[in-house]
Write a protein that binds this ligand. Sequence first.
Ligand code: HEC
Length: 274
Amino acid sequence: MKRRYLMFAVLGCALVGAASLATAQDTTEKALEKYRQMLRDDPWSNPALLDADRGEVLWKTAAGPNKATLEKCDLGKGPGVVDGAFAELPRYFADANRVMDVETRLMWCMEKLQGIPRAELINRPFPGGGQPVKNLGAIATYISSKSNGKTFAARMERPQEKEVLALGKELFHRRQGPFDFSCASCHADAGKRIRLQGLPFLGQPAEAKKVIGEWPAYRVSSTHVMTMQHRLFDCFWQMRMPQMEMGSDASVALIAYLVKNAEGGKIDAPGLKR
Ligand code: HEC
């Protein structure tokens, strides 16, 4: 009899514990959402705007062994055209014979125009917690902000683009690494979350449209701008995969797949993330 009471007591505690944990999580999530909303309500409160400004200055400042600016960089709409360029990326660039997203294209321009070695650009390309986004990321923030209000309109109809898109889809769904995770393990269901982080359903247009246009984004918890390449680098790390190289074929393919799913979604960059 005693044992039975004990069992009920333990079971009762567990149930109450689980319920209060769920309530605590919901309350915290609501509070966080309120905080994010307050930041959104005042568009000038997003610290990423400072990085966009820094990026604009960097775009126009001579740098690298060639002491050149990036003003002749062709982001797809002709040399130096920034307005609306991000909305049409990734795209195929004949000069590089590759499909590129904004960061990969910037890397290419920095290498070709400014003479900065690729090895230097891919060496620790992302900031640690509390550090500001690196120069390339700041420039990417500037470029994306110049497509603000537009909708994603990457055509991806050329054979090279189709090939990259197919690779992205394959990589998104391919389980790999020591945990046997695919991107889809975490991002192909509605309403999933890990601890407090909602996991957007990125394989589906409705949710992809909502979140993909917010990148690059200021990430409050690490107090810096995170670019899309950085976001994917981190998700690779979460999967315990080998480090994702910035500008690698895999990174471009995944970005192409995400952007295709977000086609028609509005660009609202730089965004704000938890
Ligand atoms: C183990 C689970 C897990 C896997 C696997 C995973 N991610 Fe994520 N992903 C997360 C988490 C958690 C977040 C939110 C992080 C945060 O809020 O700081 C996230 C966020 C994202 C975001 C930003 C979403 C937003 O809210 O704007 C993108 C894009 C993304 N992941 C893409 C990918 C891709 C592509 C892959 C496969 C290469 C992948 N993820 C694999 C857990 C995962």
